[in-house]
Write a protein that binds this ligand. Structure first.
Ligand code: IPM
Ligand code: MG
Length: 368
């Protein structure tokens, strides 16, 4: 039986609440696919700062590098807002992305029919939305140097630097084109090439890569327009390819199409490493209350099966179970829309409902 070694980094706030449930689901589905999951847990983010004085220890980074996959909950919270910038909880996330070489961030956005009324947008706008944000994750303004804050005689001055090399753009574009090939074969590359040099290089490089993919329909869109199109007519998008900061912003916007940011999973992939995490934050106000929505984390577990365990069937089973429990009316607090068949349940009850669904399906196929 294949055994996968997972480094679990639950982190802060609701991170531990949702990670626990997602790993429970991962184990449950594993039984049906002869897959053993071996989990080792470490502190990360604020939890690690409190215990060890740093957001992530080198030892943990090293374990993460050697793991088959890393599963992360969420990091950060107001408690650590005032610590120095390289000691902030978020620094752990950036370090993991950088040191594990996780240059690809996949954020699939699917509107589940049973949740359409939960979205702040109208049914006719979001019906049929099924898009994939491919965000470059180890470059751009998140990592560019110099990066300074300095005191001048008349106040202060801060500098961030946006850098992209053509090689970085090329490799993420390759990922996006290949993803488009498995989907509806439409790719929208998003940049700010009317202003930024990095964006002009981005556009030129994407066009060069596009020559190898003449079956894919490519278009370019400016990021401000894209932000607007995502709420005007989001079903026009299939694959959105974009840089680190634009991807950060557009993926939160896309998350709301699905009704709640509590629904959006993500996979961060490199050549030899992979990390899975919900897109939402640590929501410290509801931590430990049973109100957190574990579905983004559970969806991330599905992605872990798809990309790290090469098991698309198990991934699809998890995703189908998510759909089914929503169709049955089960909702965590964030997903309520006042519908008459809604049953509000806790974080753990939600993952139990998913596991029940998985068991039911497996039993019906083995009995068939
Ligand atoms: C995300 C988050 C992170 C980011 C933060 C927590 C550093 O917003 O994964 O989208 O900006 O990338
Ligand atoms: Mg973000």
């Amino acid at each position: 039986m294949p055994t996968y070694h997972i480094v679990s980094l639950p982190g802060d706030g609701i991170g531990p609440d949702v990670t626990r449930e997602a790993l429970k689901v991962s184990k449950a589905i594993g039984q049906y696919y002869n897959t053993e999951i071996d989990i080792t847990e470490y502190l990360v983010g604020g939890a690690s700062i409190d215990e060890h004085g740093v957001p992530i220890r080198d030892e943990v980074l090293d374990k993460a590098k050697k793991a088959d996959a890393v599963f992360l909950g969420a990091v950060g919270g107001p408690k650590w807002d005032d610590v120095a910038k390289n000691k902030r909880p978020e620094a752990a996330l950036l370090k993991l992305r950088n040191e594990l070489g996780l240059f690809t961030n996949l954020r699939p956005v699917r509107v589940y029919e049973p949740l359409i009324e939960t979205s702040t947008l109208k049914r006719e706008v979001i019906e049929n939305v099924d898009l994939l944000v491919v965000r470059e994750l180890t470059g751009g303004i998140y990592f560019g140097k110099p990066r300074i804050t300095e005191k001048l005689s008349f106040g202060e001055r801060a500098v961030d630097t946006m850098v992209y090399r053509s090689s970085e753009i090329e490799r993420i574009a390759e990922v996006a084109f290949k993803a488009a090939r498995k989907r509806r074969k439409k790719l929208t590359s998003v940049d700010k090439s009317n202003i930024l040099d990095t964006s002009r290089l981005w556009r030129k490089t994407v066009d060069q890569v596009a020559r190898k993919y003449d079956d894919i329909e490519v278009s370019h869109m400016l990021v401000d327009n894209c932000a607007m199109q995502l709420v005007r007519d989001p079903s026009q998008f299939d694959v959105i390819l974009t840089g680190n900061m634009f991807g950060d912003i557009l993926s939160d916007e896309s998350a709301m199409l699905t009704g709640s940011i509590g629904m959006l999973p993500s996979a961060s992939l490199g050549k030899d490493s992979a990390m899975y995490e919900p897109v939402h934050g640590s929501a410290p106000d509801i931590a430990g209350s049973g109100k957190a929505n574990p579905l983004a984390a559970i969806g991330s577990a599905a992605l872990m099966y798809r990309y790290s365990f090469d098991n698309n069937d198990a991934a699809t089973d998890i995703e189908q179970a998510i759909y089914d429990v929503l169709a049955d009316g089960y909702r965590t607090a964030d997903l309520q829309s006042g519908g008459s068949n809604e049953k509000v349940i806790s974080t753990a009850e939600m993952s139990n409902a998913i596991i029940d669904r998985i068991n039911q399906k497996q039993e019906s196929t083995t009995n068939a």
